[in-house]
Design a protein around this ligand. Structure first.
Ligand code: MRU
Length: 350
């Protein structure tokens, strides 16, 4: 049985994007139909669709649907409006490079075909958005295969946030090797950080692995060092939102702390992600813009009553940067990159 849910797709009539509302999981499996720019912006900003690759796929389908609604009598008019929409959607979340990567690819189609009629450009945009989706499926599958070579049956794997099928297209990145391994009859013990404050670990990763029949144990984020010390973890697998040219990795807040713990306990720390998450224009992690989110996510969200005084200040960065020196390898669809990352990552694009 295929237990993997399709997090993003284009509707049959090609007028809207259909997503699983990830904010409603694990309690309700609800599909949302997105047809306007505002709905698309909000779905990304509010993390109804989330996970770097899924955001990219959703943005590609979304901008295609929005392009179909543009009323323009010339190419220039069409492009002006298309560009305005791209900028608006791109401003929804800054850290995951897949958002701008996918929008750039879609914009490239418009720019390369300026001599064509608008209906033809729309056809090409549809093709490109479907290609971005199909490529992600292939990339995740390949990452899963490479990742599977790094662990052996019975290993304990610690993961953070959610980098599974919901965050991508199929299999996921960090969860891909485990789900693929399970399909092949291999058993792993997976420890999942709940991932405060938005609980992607408990709400999404535990949900996905449980559906897949994987042995999953949920822990609070502050229990990671304990399970490592107990000797229960043989590898850490995490995803990424943006990888800098030197191998510094932006991923869900808490990832960097986990990497420091893994280093202390001598546990390999693997980052798994598609090449679409690598941004060679960012030389190091300090060039990566980190999204800051509302204090309410810490003080109120998912609690029936506030858990902190209303007037207390909060610092709520959605991501942190893990130093490349703490990363054992970066697993991409094109192979496993080892230090020095400045060389191994650059080689992927040659
Ligand atoms: O804020 P989120 O939930 O979008 O953050 C997601 C992550 O940090 C994931 O690890 C990353 O996007 C990789 S998903 C394959």
């Amino acid at each position: 049985m295929n237990h993997q849910l399709e997090s993003v797709k284009l509707s049959e009539d090609k007028k809207s994007v259909v997503i699983i509302d990830q904010t409603r999981l694990p309690n309700d499996l609800v599909y949302l139909t997105i047809s306007t720019a505002r709905e698309l912006y909000e779905a990304i900003f509010e993390l109804k669709v989330r996970g770097a690759p899924a955001i990219g796929i959703c943005a590609a389908y979304g901008i295609y649907c929005l392009a179909r609604q543009i009323k323009a009598s010339s190419y220039d008019e069409f492009y002006r409006e298309f560009r305005r929409l791209v900028e608006y959607i791109e401003s929804s979340r800054p850290t995951a490079v897949n958002l701008s990567w996918a929008l750039r690819r879609m914009e490239g189609v418009v720019l390369r075909n300026r001599e064509k009629e608008i209906p033809e450009i729309l056809e090409l945009l549809e093709e490109e958005s479907r290609l971005i989706h199909q490529e992600d499926i292939a990339m995740c599958r390949s990452i899963s295969e490479y990742g599977l070579t790094l662990i052996k049956e019975g290993d304990g794997v610690l993961t953070h946030c959610n980098a599974g099928p919901l965050a991508t297209s199929r299999y996921g990145t960090a969860l891909g090797p485990i789900i693929l391994g399970k399909e092949r009859g291999l058993e792993f013990r997976v420890f999942v950080d709940e991932t405060r404050p938005l609980l992607q670990g408990s709400r999404l990763t535990a949900f996905e692995l449980n559906r897949a029949g994987v042995d999953v144990t949920l822990i609070c984020d502050n229990m990671a060092s304990m399970v490592m010390k107990n000797g229960w973890i043989q590898a850490c697998f995490v995803g990424c939102d943006r990888v800098a040219a030197n191998g510094d990795v932006a991923n869900k807040i808490g990832t960097s702390g986990l990497a420091i713990l893994a280093w202390y306990y001598n546990i390999p720390f693997y980052v798994l992600g598609p090449t679409s998450s690598i941004d060679l224009d960012c030389k190091t992690g300090s060039d990566i813009k980190i999204e800051l989110r509302a204090p309410e996510e810490i003080k109120e969200k998912y609690f029936s009553r506030p858990v902190a005084p209303r007037e207390v200040k909060c610092y709520n960065p959605a991501f942190d940067v893990t130093d490349h020196s703490l990363i054992t390898a970066i697993v991409t669809e094109k192979g496993i990159c080892r230090p020095p990352y400045t060389e191994s990552l650059a080689a992927l694009f040659k």
